[in-house]
Design a binder for this molecule. Structure first.
Ligand code: TA6
Length: 369
């Protein structure tokens, strides 16, 4: 017997994906006395859908029809190691994966991995991923940090400066289409009239996130349209390094690159491991499948293993660019670097009608005694 339908209070945000749930009662200011009847009262959400409502949002909002649909053939009991929560901002649905002493949190907005803790308490020192000092957890906005999903273009739009940087996928509400069997979920984004207004193609994105000793992500792009399309993509990973001055990146020695920073180092040895001594925004092409980040200030080594990622971007804004960036405090640049697993610029991908393409990233952290 399905649990009683939550009585929505003035929020038209779906409790499990954050998208508009078209709740008539919420649109009526949540005033139940007004007698507004919501479409949801005519629907019966499967138990699996109701189980996905985070405690903090229970009785706060209806589910959207697409999340109810997505949960139709879901296994009733959520597998251990998967839990719906709200993100650190308290209002946006998120999914928590746990495995042994490891924990990852994924926001449904943008299917953005927000944190990956390899043991210990919930403190930031255990978080392999980095979050800016003034994070904004807002519907329709990526948080600065974690692993934003960049699609269908990288950086600024080539012809229209009004378009969102790094595409639109990181700002949209994704919904969960598969849970389990282990500590794993699949989140999906498909084209709709808003995305087609920005990029006129029918597509499906699926991000599969699996937590074991390592954190594995795979992003599959499917061309659902009648004609080929071209796209760029990146898993734009922010790493917590403690002190960027003592950090080094290994595996990109002698790999072809273009430096895009406004004020980069005057010169450096491309055959040596990459170190940070100025603003760095280096796009590498034809990259190896393994890159290693050494962050001695955190006594941490992180190994990135990729499949089908032919580009990598290494970025640190240094102080001047940090001052121009949202969600950042002045000193934030000191404690992170980005190593982004991607296909961009010369490795922009072409996908024929009906075809799919998958890029994968596996993050394994090791802390030295
Ligand atoms: O990936 C590096 C980069 O393109 C930088 O140039 C910087 O703009 C960064 O991404 C962050 O972009 P965002 O749009 O998230 O502020």
């Amino acid at each position: 017997m399905a649990e009683p339908r939550p009585t929505p209070i003035a929020t038209n945000r779906c409790a499990t994906c954050g998208d508009d749930n078209a709740c008539a009662i919420a649109q009526n200011g949540g005033d139940l006395a007004a007698g507004a009847t919501c479409w949801c009262r005519a629907k019966t959400a499967p138990p699996a859908a109701l189980q996905r409502i985070p405690d903090a949002l229970r009785n706060q909002a209806c589910l959207c029809s697409r999340c109810i649909e997505a949960a139709q053939d879901a296994p009733d009991p959520l597998p251990s190691g998967v839990r719906w929560i709200t993100d650190p901002g308290g209002a946006r649905p998120a999914i928590e994966l746990t495995h042994a002493d490891k924990r990852a949190v994924i926001a449904t907005t943008g299917a953005q991995v927000l944190s990956f803790r390899d043991g210990g308490d919930d403190g930031d020192s255990n978080n392999i991923l980095w979050t800016a000092s003034a994070p904004e957890y807002r519907h329709g906005k990526p948080v600065r940090g974690g692993i934003p999903v960049v699609f269908p273009w990288f950086g600024d739009h080539r012809t229209d400066p009004a378009m969102p940087a790094h595409g639109f996928a990181r700002s949209r509400s994704w919904r969960c289409t598969k849970v389990g069997p282990a500590a794993e979920v699949t989140l999906r984004l498909e084209d709709d009239e808003q995305t087609r207004a920005l990029w006129p193609h029918a597509f499906r994105l699926e991000l599969h996130v699996h937590l074991e000793q390592a954190l594995s992500l795979s992003l599959t792009v499917t061309n659902r349209g009648p004609a080929p399309f071209r796209f760029e993509e990146a898993l734009h990973t922010y790493f917590a390094v403690g002190d960027v001055h003592s950090t080094s990146v290994h595996g990109l020695e002698d790999v072809a690159f273009v430096e895009h920073a406004r004020e980069p180092e005057a010169s450096w040895d491309p055959s040596a491991p990459l170190r940070f001594a100025a603003e760095t925004d280096r796009v590498f092409q034809d990259t190896p499948a393994q890159i290693v980040l050494q962050a001695p200030a955190r006594r941490r080594t992180v190994t990135l293993q990729t499949r089908n990622a032919h580009s990598a971007i290494v970025w640190n804004p240094w102080p001047k660019k940090t001052a121009r960036l949202s969600q950042m405090h002045g000193d934030d640049w000191r404690t992170f670097c980005c190593i982004e697993s991607a296909n961009v610029h010369a490795h922009e991908q072409t996908l024929a009608a009906g075809e799919e393409h998958t890029i994968s990233l596996r993050l394994a952290g090791r802390t030295s005694p």
